[in-house]
Design a protein around this ligand. Structure first.
Ligand SMILES: C[S@@+](CC[C@H](N)C(=O)[O-])C[C@H]1O[C@@H](n2cnc3c(N)ncnc32)[C@H](O)[C@@H]1O
Length: 287
């Protein structure tokens, strides 16, 4: 019996692989979610584990079980997308944002339009809101948070975080922007309404929905790691289209765009890809 590299006891027989192909087709037909655009090994391993836990040995039987109940099917899709996040994740990158990227963008525009793509439960979007509120308060900035998972979007709208979500938040921001309260015997932190007024959360599938346009900054961090190289390339090209000239794409710690120049980006510092300013001229002439 073949094993999946890096995982013990996950079988990968020809029958199971055929069965998995059928599972993917059934899922796509029913929900529109195309698992071929996700990395194979990781997706197979995760679904196999979920199937095993539910007591099934064939993917198609597991699909019948999921499809029999809409809430169960939705729960499966939600669990497939890993939602791990925290505020100011990789704080050194947020320092670049605070000191260089956002001040530069604010020189060109009074009100910024930002997008946290794959926002999970909103930690990244709220971090962006804090920085914008610190640098340029009381302006009509807009921050859009999107995710494929409805449940995390509900949490994002509520703006309530656990202590562990706040561990990288600078103490003065924690004090200023979060109200501690008790819920189910745990200390929780609710974000200040001053932050919430910049924020809007909507469902968006990066693999199949039309992309919103006109952003000064798009943060898409720790999301594309799950996708195939072709899907990633399409996403980065869409992001380029969605940015205003001079706008930035902000990626996660382990993510790089190797063909950034071909797409039309510059790469002024690690994790930040800029659509050249030069295009401002062309853009203005065109309008
Ligand atoms: C690890 S979290 C990243 C959260 C945040 N960006 C961060 O870096 O802390 C990845 C998120 O991507 C979302 N996601 C996965 N596939 C997606 C898709 N096709 N379209 C939109 N979001 C997706 C997941 O639901 C999950 O919430």
């Amino acid at each position: 019996m073949q094993q999946i590299p890096g995982s013990l006891n996950i079988p990968k027989t020809p029958e199971l692989l055929r069965d998995f192909e059928q599972f993917k087709q059934l899922l796509k037909k029913r929900t529109g979610l195309d698992l071929d655009q996700y990395k194979f090994e990781q997706t197979y391993r995760r679904i196999y584990t979920m199937m095993e836990r539910a007591g099934y040995r064939k993917f198609t039987d597991y699909f019948a079980h999921l499809a029999a109940d809409e809430a169960r099917l939705r729960g499966f899709i939600d669990r497939l997308a890993i939602n791990v996040s925290e505020l100011f994740r990789n704080p050194e990158q947020y320092e670049i944002l605070r000191k260089q990227v956002l001040p530069e963008l604010l020189k060109n525009s009074m009100q910024l339009k930002l997008w946290s793509a794959g926002s999970s439960y909103g930690a990244e979007a709220y971090s962006l809101a804090i920085l914008l509120h610190e640098l340029a308060p009381n302006r009509s900035h807009q921050i859009l948070g999107t995710d494929i998972d409805q449940e995390v979007l509900e949490r994002a709208r509520r703006g309530v975080f656990a202590e562990s979500d706040l561990r990288s938040v600078p103490p003065e921001y924690k004090q200023k922007y979060f109200r501690a309260f008790q819920e189910n015997g745990r200390t929780q932190y609710e974000a200040d309404p001053a932050l919430k007024r910049y924020l809007k959360f909507e469902r968006h599938n990066l693999l199949s929905d039309p992309y919103p346009r006109g952003f000064d900054l798009i943060a898409c961090r720790n999301v594309v790691i799950y996708f195939s190289d072709e899907a990633k390339d399409r996403i980065f090209r869409e992001f380029h289209q969605s940015l205003r000239p001079g706008g930035y794409l902000f990626l996660g710690n382990t993510e790089r765009i190797f063909n950034y120049a071909q797409i039309g980006f510059e790469n002024p510092s690690a994790f930040f890809y800029q659509k050249p300013q030069q295009e401002v001229q062309r853009w203005r002439n065109a309008s």
